[in-house]
Write a protein that binds this ligand. Structure first.
Ligand SMILES: Cc1ncc(COP(=O)(O)O)c(C=O)c1O
Length: 174
């Protein structure tokens, strides 16, 4: 069985802290300890800038609605960041609903999670009442992570972007 994204991240952290003298850890998503989330947000923000440019060229204005999938939140953050002040543009993040929220087998961190610390960062998390991580599930391996970007967690609390879920079946039907 292939390792999940969570297991791979945990293994990378284990390896790094065991060999700090001769290894370097760079998180490839908008999670993990600072400054990785900020760096990745900055790199990914080219998506939003390019979207604004292309919308202007193709439609002569701004998009009405922007929709991004939210795994750890890198692409969503990169897209939304450019448009945060444009209140006439709706921002919608779609999380992986897996087998359905009621099944408990999903990756809907922002929609159903609670705030906690995991992999060195404070964010919404899939966790049980004792603060133990609940293994995430999605048919898409890239969406399978129990945490999410701390900045997207903050944005959820501002109420600016909207967040919803799509189940595995809905994704397959789409
Ligand atoms: C298959 C797949 N889907 C979605 C994502 C989205 O992840 P993020 O929310 O970090 O942009 C990824 C990222 O690696 C991926 O590999």
């Amino acid at each position: 069985m292939e390792a999940s994204r969570t297991q791979l991240a945990s293994e990378a952290f284990r390896c790094w802290v065991g060999e700090m003298e001769n290894s370097y850890h760079l998180t490839g998503s908008a999670v993990g300890p600072h400054p990785c989330p900020t760096m990745v947000r900055e790199f990914q923000s080219v998506i939003g800038r390019e979207t604004r440019k292309q919308a202007l060229e193709k439609w002569g204005g701004k998009p009405d609605v922007l929709v991004a999938c939210v795994g750890t939140g890198s692409n969503a953050l990169g897209l939304f960041h450019e448009f945060l002040e444009d209140k006439d543009v709706r921002l919608i993040g779609v999380e992986a609903g897996g087998c359905g929220l009621e099944s408990g087998r999903h990756s809907s961190t922002l929609v159903t999670g609670e705030v906690g610390v995991y992999h060195g960062v404070l964010s919404y998390l899939l966790q049980d009442q004792d603060g133990q991580i609940i293994g995430p599930h999605s048919i898409s391996p890239g969406m399978e992570y129990p945490g999410v970007s701390p900045e997207l967690s903050y944005l959820k609390e501002t109420g600016r972007p909207e967040f919803c879920v799509a189940t595995d079946q809905e994704a397959l039907d789409g």
